[in-house]
Design a binder for this molecule. Structure first.
Ligand SMILES: O=C(O)CCC(=O)C(=O)O
Ligand SMILES: [Fe+2]
Length: 348
């Protein structure tokens, strides 16, 4: 994935530092009235559908969930609650460190924004609306492409816990993708065969500090993921993830130790639009902060993806072109920062 780069002279203030200083969000965080009308109804709250992995109905459950929500929760994912709590604890401990300590892993190196590391989004466009979040963003797979100098050694268990979580996520994702392929009547290896053994996984530890004007900013602006599939470990106590379903925003709830699985644009393309990549966003609160950990799983940059042949027929013509993942993700990130989608690039 190629980071959007721009020369910067100073490190921008983190959102956490602004929140801790009691600063109101500066104007470049304030969203346009048209995107978030103040008189919009309060979103409904609903539990995400549960997929019971390993049960006889798993493929049918995945199909129904992905067609209606584009996401679901899994509880029987095989990761012990104590491990997920440890991971959340490590994320919280990292964000609690003094700013100087976190800046050792800054995503600004030699005056250039890179995507990996700790910090905020790069600023690439006039009028770009910034998100009320700080993150630690690390490529975790392929293992031999890791930039370990950006992997914090404080808290000292972070590296080991993240490595273990990567291995567990890989297994879970392979399992989910087999069932997803079956739900589309494809051979069970369709997605994992394409991905290969060492597919891309990027971990994003997201921290959303309290915000004094939660109605006027996004923790994360409406977007789809550019991935094949994303695994999210949500905050145990604070909701905040909302998904657009049938034209309405819905705040999703999950069981305490569930993982959320959502599909991204690569799945929309490969399934010939049978499954649509869901638009989602994160909201903030004046009295509570929130953490989440997203694992972005994608085809390798040099791979070419396109709709499965079996899903293209007279009744359902080809809706997407074949394209190189690298070419898509490059544009995807530029558009993401501007709050726009990139899927039109792939559409026939
Ligand atoms: O914080 C969350 O729950 C979701 C994060 C997300 O959508 C993302 O990082 O792309
Ligand atoms: Fe997302």
């Amino acid at each position: 994935m190629n980071p959007p780069v721009k020369s910067v002279s100073t490190e921008p203030k983190t959102v956490q530092a602004r929140a801790e200083a009691g600063e109101a969000p500066p104007t470049d965080y304030i969203i346009k009235e048209s995107q978030h009308p103040l008189d919009a109804p309060t979103p409904l709250t609903a539990p995400l559908p549960v997929v019971h992995l390993g049960q006889p109905d798993e493929a049918e459950e995945i199909k129904t969930a992905l067609q209606s929500w584009g996401m679901f929760q899994v509880i029987d994912h095989g990761m012990p609650p104590s491990f997920l709590d440890e991971l959340r604890g490590v994320a919280r401990a990292f964000f609690k460190l003094p700013v100087d300590e976190k800046q050792k892993y800054s995503n600004i190196r030699d005056g250039q924004f890179g995507q990996e590391g700790y910090g905020n989004d790069g600023i690439i466009a006039e009028g770009q609306i910034l998100d009320w979040t700080d993150r630690l963003y690390l490529l975790v797979q392929p293992e031999d492409s890791r930039n370990l100098e950006l992997w914090p050694t404080n808290p000292n268990s972070l590296r080991d816990v993240l490595h273990e979580y990567t291995m567990k996520t890989k297994k879970l994702v392979e399992n989910v993708l087999k069932t997803t392929a079956i739900s589309l009547e494809l051979s069970e290896d369709f997605f994992i065969g394409h991905l290969g053994e060492k597919f891309t996984i990027v971990a994003s530890f997201n921290y959303y500090p309290c915000c004094s004007m939660p109605d006027l900013v996004f923790g994360l602006k409406p977007h789809t993921d550019g991935t094949l599939i994303t695994v999210i470990l949500p905050d145990k106590d604070v909701e905040g993830l909302q998904v657009m379903k049938d034209g309405e925003w819905i705040t999703v709830t999950t069981s305490p130790h569930a993982l959320i699985i959502n599909i991204g644009d690569q799945m929309e393309i490969m399934s010939n639009g049978f499954f649509k990549s869901p638009v989602h966003r994160v909201v903030t609160f004046s009295d509570k902060d929130r953490i989440s950990i997203a694992m972005f799983c994608a085809n390798l940059p040099e791979k070419v993806i396109g709709p499965a042949d079996e899903l293209v027929n007279d009744m359902r013509p080809r809706m997407y072109k074949n394209l190189k993942v690298k070419d898509y993700t490059e544009v995807f990130f530029q558009r993401f920062l501007q709050g726009k989608r990139a899927i039109d690039l792939a559409q026939v």
